[in-house]
Design a protein around this ligand. Structure first.
Ligand SMILES: [Zn+2]
Length: 64
């Protein structure tokens, strides 16, 4: 299943696996991102393709 462009402009929230702090970025950002540094605990995490697929599945209903 590919990552559709439907969520490009939609704000998605991905919780930090270490502290649960929510990373809020657009679908477009998640499409190209490989990782992020948590704004809560400062720990860097990878954003795998599996994580993106799950984000898309959970937020598919937000697509315009
Ligand atoms: Zn964190």
């Amino acid at each position: 299943m590919p990552l559709t462009r439907d969520l490009d402009q939609i704000l998605l929230t991905h919780p930090c696996p270490h502290c649960g702090h929510g990373l809020e970025k657009t679908g477009r950002w998640f499409t190209t991102a490989a990782g992020f540094r948590c704004g809560g605990c400062g720990v860097p995490s990878r954003i795998t393709y599996d994580i993106k697929l799950r984000l898309w599945a959970v937020n598919a209903h937000l697509a315009p």
